[in-house]
Design a protein around this ligand. Sequence first.
Ligand SMILES: *Cc1c(COP(=O)(O)O)cnc(C)c1O
Length: 358
Amino acid sequence: MMSTANYIRSDIQQMKAYAVADVPAGFIKLDAMESPYDYPEDMKKELGRALAAAPIRLYPNPGSCGLLQVLRDTYAIPADASLVLGNGSDELIERLTMLVSKPGAKVLAPAPSFVMYRVNAEFFGLEFIGVPLRPDFTMDLDAMLAAIKEHQPALVFVAYPNNPTGGRFAREKVEAIIAATPGIVVVDEAYGAFSSDSFLSQAGQIPNLVVLRTLSKIGFAGLRIGYACGPAAILDELKKIIPPYNMNQLSLCAAEFALQYQPFINENISRLKGERERMRTALHAHPCIQDFPSEANFLTLRVPDAQALFDKLYAQNILIKKLHGMHPLLDQCVRITIGLPEQNQKVLNIIDELYGNP
Ligand SMILES: *Cc1c(COP(=O)(O)O)cnc(C)c1O
């Protein structure tokens, strides 16, 4: 008897599903860079009214729903850049990979970086080249340029700032990569709101640059709204392979609504940045912890025993991300999302308990 397994791609059968953590009730979730700030009650009521008016009997039409213009106005997206929405920037990463998936095409990115770059390359049967960062998680530009020259990648991903390491690569290095790459360079600014620099103002002006952004890390991960900005020559092709109704009416409506609350969003961003620096300073005092600079809403640390720290926090209902085992450079590393001040303090206290008061 033939089983359906005979018909399913064997490479997919061998893959592991992206692990979305099941979080017990009452846990403090510091594993996925979600915002800890809930809406105020009055804002929720307004959102309810806005959603009630959303025309859910109709298919969504991003072009006419208003969100595109709100994004352009809010983030000063250049008029000559095209703008495409995705169901999370994850969908745009997938479709940008599909866009270049000719036989033999290659995808390249620094490593370690966002795992979905590799996963999507593999989905489309493309070779993925991960160019190791330096041990301090800065970019090895010479190695990048040599790999670009050798492999002539169709697509290069640069997370700016980088996940899971938190740092922002030097702008000049990213510029050199864009100049040296024959194919498309995607500068993924998922953490752009927490960063001191951005390529967004150049979107549309550099022929092979696509800038990816998302609402996920600034308080709206549940809406699944990402967007790509870049030259029409690339994005007009991308539009052809985005499913016609990929966005949903409620998300489009909620995003347009949420972006009106810029003071709320910006205040939360600056609080998180402040907490990030406060935590980094406190952790820096521990001689046994190696802290890395971050321009994102998380900190990456090397500790004496990543599993022990993970377990100790877990036992106190705090979930972080253990990076150890994902890449050789991430030996004994953990990634901790910045939460509310009292949550961060709880983490710091537990670290003091484990490693002694500095
Ligand atoms: C979180 C993250 C994304 C995914 O964002 P969504 O818009 O939620 O799909 C993309 N890139 C990087 C580097 C991320 O860390």
